[in-house]
Design a binder for this molecule. Structure first.
Ligand code: 5GP
Length: 238
């Protein structure tokens, strides 16, 4: 696989073409941002931990019959993925109230939801990712009704799989963000699943092992991500 030209560079990842038009390489960079890019830093090794955690969780999903864009790692912080048309929706399954849902509604931080709450945001930095409902998503032409049904179903299933896997390892999963893409009309889980895009708490403690440590200056982010990696991908420390 030959790495080609840079196609896209986001806040923490860069996407490259390859010699196969159906495959891209995603590099997880050491950049970290918060608050729509208002707060920025670079931490050597952060991209590595996020890439390894994402790869492990994509493999977990594949083992459970969920299609993802992940193919394999091609270096310590780069993954080969199926090229897909990204759907501009962020789907956030929430199990425990934290973050924006606490700021917007009268839920207390740490309140466990009786059943998962699915929130959808429009992936649009300039508009600060406004919340969507089904009708707005369809009216914007982001998805069809059928695709939305499928996205919801996959999101809830992914939530069950991740909650179980992380729960078995002593972690609560208050919420996480999923992005989807289309490969030949088939919907697959894309982007990343890492402490940048999840809230992970040590079970029962609300102690963050995720980007909230950076967002709210709660400690050293790299140490935190290493700690999360030790729990989720212990094999990389052998
Ligand atoms: P909140 O809506 O509370 O800001 O975020 C809910 C969850 O989704 C958190 O785990 C957060 O990390 C993730 N999330 C939502 N939007 C984004 C985003 O634009 N970028 C990243 N990295 N994570 C997001």
């Amino acid at each position: 696989m030959i790495k080609g030209e840079q196609l896209y560079s986001g806040k923490a990842k860069t996407v490259y073409a390859t010699n196969d038009p159906k495959r891209y390489i995603v590099k997880f960079r050491d950049d970290v941002t918060a608050g729509d890019g208002a707060k920025k830093a670079n931490m050597k090794g952060k991209g590595y931990y996020n890439a390894q955690i994402s790869a492990r969780l994509f493999k977990l999903l594949a083992d459970n019959g969920i299609s993802t864009h992940y193919i394999k790692m091609v270096s310590e912080d780069e993954m080969l993925v199926h090229a897909c048309d990204m759907i501009k929706i962020e789907v956030i399954p929430r199990n425990i109230a934290a973050g924006s849902i606490v700021r917007k509604y009268e839920f207390k931080q740490g309140h466990p939801f009786a059943q998962p709450v699915l929130v959808m945001d429009y992936k649009n930095d300039a508009a600060h990712d406004p919340m969507l409902n089904d009708d707005i998503a369809i009216a914007l032409g982001l998805v069809t009704e059928k695709e939305l049904r499928k996205i919801r179903k996959i999101s809830l299933r992914v939530n069950d799989i991740l909650k179980q896997f992380l729960g078995d390892r002593g972690l609560d999963l208050p919420d996480f963000k999923l992005e989807f893409g289309k490969v030949d009309k088939k919907i697959v889980v894309a982007d990343e699943i890492s402490p940048d895009t999840m809230r992970l708490w040590r079970k029962g403690t609300m102690e963050s092992l995720d980007k909230d440590v950076f967002r709210f200056d709660k400690g050293d982010l790299l140490t935190t991500y290493k700690e999360a990696a030790k729990i989720i991908v212990p094999e990389i420390f052998k």
